[in-house]
Design a protein around this ligand. Structure first.
Ligand code: SF4
Length: 94
């Protein structure tokens, strides 16, 4: 069996999104750059961006791994919940 690259495995995932009801909320005014960068670098789906001193977040494409929640200690990430019902990521290969 041929091995697949992780990028190709992730590309097979299916996302059912609720655009107007994000399951993660962040504090957009949070200003500790070191803590922000830690979360930005750790998110495997690159949901966080830190540009010109401003952090932005999009829940679309979130893999629901919980890494940002654990690293944030309730500072940058204000609330984290699994999406309701059939909304969210559907893993296929990885
Ligand atoms: S739960 Fe994981 S994939 Fe989703 S935003 Fe947090 S770190 Fe990124």
């Amino acid at each position: 069996m041929k091995r697949m690259a992780i990028e190709n495995k992730l590309a097979l995932n299916v996302f059912h999104t609720e655009d107007n009801d994000p399951h993660i909320e962040i504090d957009k005014e949070y200003a500790n750059e070191e803590e922000i960068r830690k979360v930005v670098l750790a998110c495997p789906a690159e949901c966080y961006k830190y540009i010109d001193g401003k952090v932005t977040f999009s829940h679309l494409g979130c893999l629901e791994c919980g890494t940002c929640r654990v690293l944030s200690h309730g500072k940058l990430v204000k609330s984290w919940n699994h999406p309701f019902g059939s909304v969210g990521v559907l893993y296929r290969q990885g």
